[in-house]
Design a protein around this ligand. Structure first.
Ligand code: FE2
Ligand code: FE2
Length: 190
């Protein structure tokens, strides 16, 4: 016997029984989200893009710096994932990380991840003929300092080929804890 499938050909015809079947598949699938995230982070391995270290190492180094500086798990995982969107969001990579993290992290950490691209630009936009002060549009925002600090202390310094970062395996238990249960989602998860 094959696996149970919903019977509708259009959602308009869906029944509670159909949705019971779909829900029973959703939960185990959702539980494997951390595994898919790890696989996706691994796509950044060997992807240098001209930088001194590859994007996986940059992610590990950013997270390691935050962890060694005493940041909590949620912050460290935001640091680990902040550039995960580099593969699919070539023109808006912070939005990808923010979308993945959104159900699981605080509004503060979410804003920090979402805006890190603009704040990080302070360190290089001027080399590309752009305005390094683009972040100043958020000067009066309560999370300006919080986000500027993320870039200054962890993201911007995390290009050092001689830095000894922790491995992806080291962060895996933290990642699983942060992604254990969504705190904000329109979908119910018992
Ligand atoms: Fe980034
Ligand atoms: Fe980064």
């Amino acid at each position: 016997m094959g696996e149970q499938r919903a019977q509708f050909r259009a959602m308009q015809e869906g029944t509670a029984e159909d949705w019971g079947i779909i829900s029973s598949h959703f939960r185990p699938f959702a539980k494997e989200l951390p595994d898919r995230i790890i696989k996706h982070l691994q796509l950044l391995d060997g992807d240098f893009g001209g930088f001194p270290i590859d994007r996986l190492e940059h992610s590990l180094q950013t997270a390691t710096r935050a962890h060694r500086d005493g940041r909590d798990e949620e912050y460290v995982i935001c640091a680990l994932l902040h550039d995960i969107g580099d593969t699919l969001g070539s023109y808006n990579h912070p939005d990808i990380a923010a979308a993945i993290l959104k159900p699981f992290v605080s509004a503060e950490n979410l804003w920090m991840v979402e805006k890190h691209g603009i704040f990080q630009g302070y360190y290089f936009f001027h080399h590309l003929g752009m305005d390094r002060h683009l972040r100043d549009q958020f000067k009066d925002h309560p999370l300006y300092q919080y986000t500027a600090e993320f870039c200054a202390k962890y993201d911007a310094p995390a290009f050092d080929p001689d830095y000894e970062s922790e491995s992806l395996a080291f962060f895996e238990p933290m990642l699983r804890r942060v992604f254990e249960k969504p705190r904000n989602s329109i979908y119910k998860m018992e």
